[in-house]
Ligand binder design. Structure first.
Ligand SMILES: Cc1cc2nc3c(=O)[nH]c(=O)nc-3n(C[C@H](O)[C@H](O)[C@H](O)COP(=O)(O)OP(=O)(O)OC[C@H]3O[C@@H](n4cnc5c(N)ncnc54)[C@H](O)[C@@H]3O)c2cc1C
Length: 415
C-alpha cells in the first residue's frame, strides 16, 4: 500500500496526519512542507509571538517526537511541483517522487500583493509565515511611524501590536468600515473607537496610490486624493489568494479554491483538499464558500481522515473564528452574510458585549467581545441546528445556559 501523502505541513496538513493515526490508520503517512519548519500555528504570528511574548517552541503544533512515535514521515523543506493522477504519484522540487493511495492538498494561501508603484521597496512587509513575523517584529521595534494597509483582522492585529509597542500607527482602508467583510456594523464601530483610543489613526474610504521612497527605503504613502503621510514601515494585510495552481495543473476543478464536495473530495476521489485552499459547499446554504480559519482547517482535516479510514461523513461543522486586539478578544460563530437585524447583549461601554445577528427570527451567528460564554452558547446552539429569537437575545434575564439544557441530548453532544 502506498499510503497517504499530505502536501502542506500547516494547520490542516498536521491535523490530517494526527487524525489518521487517531483513527488507527495503518498505512504510511508522509507530510510534505516547504517552510523548513515543523507544523506551527499562524494566529500568534500577528499577536503574542509578534509582540515578543511567546517563543518559537510554543508556536509548534507538536514537537518532533509526536511524529516519530506515530510513524508520520516528515519532509519539511521540499515543495510538491506536479501530480501524476494516472500513476498516483507526486513529484517534489528536489526530483523525489512519492506514490499515494490517497493525496490530501492542504496548500493554504498566499498574500495578495499591492499592485502599485513602490510596493517592492525595502520596508514593505506582508505576514503569513514565521519568518515574516520575525522580520516584522524587528522592523516595528526600529520604526518611528507605521502605515498599515487594510483594516481587516490581520491589519488591525498588526496595528494593535504596533500601538502597544508605542509606535505611531495609521491604518489605510479602502472600504468604509473595519473588518467589513466579516463583522457587523456595531463591531466595526466599536473596534474603530478602540483603536482610536489607543492612538491609532484610521482612514476609511482611503485608496492607496503609491508608496514613496527616500534613499531606496520607504518614506511614506500617497493616497488617491493626493494627500500624503509619512511612514518608515508599511505593513500590508489586504487578503489572501488560495494556492490552487498545483491542483489546476493536474486537471482538478478550481474556482476561488480547489473545488471539493461535501466530504472534501476533489473531482478525483483519490485526492482531497482542505483548509484555506478548499472551496466547499456551505452545509447551511449549499453555496460554495472558502473560509480562512483554524477551525475550518482542523474540522475539514478530521472529516477527510474519517473518510480515508472508512467512516465517511458530510462536513457540517459550524464555523468560528477569533481575533485578539490588545485587551479585546473578538470571537465569532456562524456565517452572518444575509443578516438583516442585529441585537446587542451586554454593554460596549464595559468592553464586554455580543452582537446577535439574525435573518428574520433566525439566529445566523454571534459576534462577542470579551464574552466567551455567549460565544460558546452560539457554538452549541448552532451546532444543534437551533435558534433563539431577537427578543430572547436582547433580554438580560433570558438564561442562555438554561436554553442549552433544553436541546435534546444527541444534538447537544454534536456541539
Ligand atoms: C498572521 C495570521 C494570523 C491568523 N490569525 C488567525 C486567528 O486568529 N484565528 C483563526 O482562526 N485563523 C487565523 N489565521 C488563519 C489560519 O492560520 C489559517 O486559516 C490556517 O493556518 C489554514 O490552515 P491550512 O492548513 O489551510 O494552511 P496553512 O496553515 O497556511 O498551511 C499550508 C502550508 O502548505 C505549504 N505549501 C503550499 N504549497 C506547497 C507545496 N506545493 N508543497 C509543499 N508545501 C506547500 C505552505 O507553505 C504552508 O506551510 C491567521 C493567519 C495568519 C497568517
Amino acid at each position: 500500500m502506498a499510503g497517504t501523502v499530505i502536501i502542506g505541513a500547516g494547520q490542516g496538513g498536521y491535523q490530517v496526519a494526527a487524525s489518521l493515526r487517531e483513527h488507527k490508520y495503518q498505512a504510511s503517512i508522509t507530510l510534505v512542507g516547504d517552510e523548513g519548519l515543523l507544523p506551527y500555528q499562524r494566529p500568534p504570528l500577528s499577536k503574542a509571538y509578534l509582540l515578543g511574548e511567546m517563543d518559537g517552541e510554543r508556536l509548534l503544533l507538536r514537537p518532533q517526537a509526536f511524529y516519530e512515535t506515530r510513524n508520520i514521515d516528515l519532509i519539511l523543506d521540499d515543495a510538491a511541483t506536479a501530480i501524476d493522477r494516472a500513476a498516483g504519484r507526486v513529484t517534489l522540487a528536489s526530483g523525489k517522487t512519492l506514490a499515494y493511495d490517497h493525496l490530501v492538498l492542504a496548500l493554504g494561501a498566499r498574500n495578495r500583493k499591492l499592485p502599485i508603484a513602490g510596493a517592492a521597496l525595502d520596508g514593505v512587509f506582508y505576514l503569513r509565515t514565521r519568518a515574516e513575523s520575525d522580520a516584522i517584529h524587528q522592523r516595528i521595534l526600529d520604526a518611528r511611524s507605521i502605515a498599515v494597509i487594510g483594516a481587516g483582522f490581520i491589519g488591525l492585529e498588526l496595528a494593535a501590536v504596533a500601538s502597544k509597542l508605542g509606535k505611531r500607527v495609521t491604518v489605510v482602508e479602502a472600504l468604509g468600515r473595519a473588518m467589513s467583510r466579516a463583522v457587523s456594523q456595531p463591531i466595526s464601530d466599536f473596534f474603530a473607537r478602540a483603536h482610536a483610543g489607543w492612538g491609532v489613526e484610521l482612514l476609511f474610504n482611503a485608496r492607496l496610490q503609491e508608496i514613496v521612497e527616500a534613499g531606496g527605503r520607504v518614506a511614506g504613502l500617497v493616497l488617491a486624493d493626493r494627500s500624503r503621510l509619512g511612514a518608515d514601515l508599511v505593513l500590508v494585510g489586504i487578503g489572501i489568494e488560495p494556492n490552487v495552481e498545483l491542483a489546476a495543473a493536474a486537471g482538478l476543478e478550481t474556482n476561488n479554491g480547489i473545488v471539493v464536495d461535501a466530504q472534501m473530495a476533489t473531482s478525483d476521489p483519490h485526492i482531497s483538499a482542505i483548509g484555506d485552499c478548499a472551496a466547499f459547499p456551505d452545509p447551511v446554504s449549499g453555496a460554495r464558500i472558502r473560509l480562512e480559519s483554524v477551525q475550518n482547517a482542523v474540522d475539514q482535516a478530521r472529516c477527510v481522515a474519517k473518510r480515508i479510514t472508512g467512516e465517511p461523513e458530510t462536513y457540517a461543522a459550524v464555523p468560528w473564528f477569533w481575533s485578539d486586539q490588545r485587551d479585546l478578544k473578538l470571537q465569532m460563530v456562524g456565517l452572518t452574510a444575509g443578516c438583516d437585524r442585529t441585537v446587542l447583549r451586554g454593554d460596549p461601554a464595559n468592553r464586554a458585549f455580543s452582537v446577535f445577528c439574525f435573518r428574520g427570527e433566525t439566529l445566523l451567528g454571534i459576534e462577542s467581545v470579551n464574552r466567551a460564554a455567549d460565544h460558546m452558547f452560539g457554538r452549541r446552539l448552532l451546532a444543534a441546528g437551533e435558534s433563539i429569537t431577537p427578543d430572547e437575545a436582547v433580554d438580560p434575564g433570558f438564561d442562555l445556559k438554561a436554553r442549552l439544557a433544553k436541546i435534546p441530548a444527541p444534538a447537544r453532544a454534536a456541539g
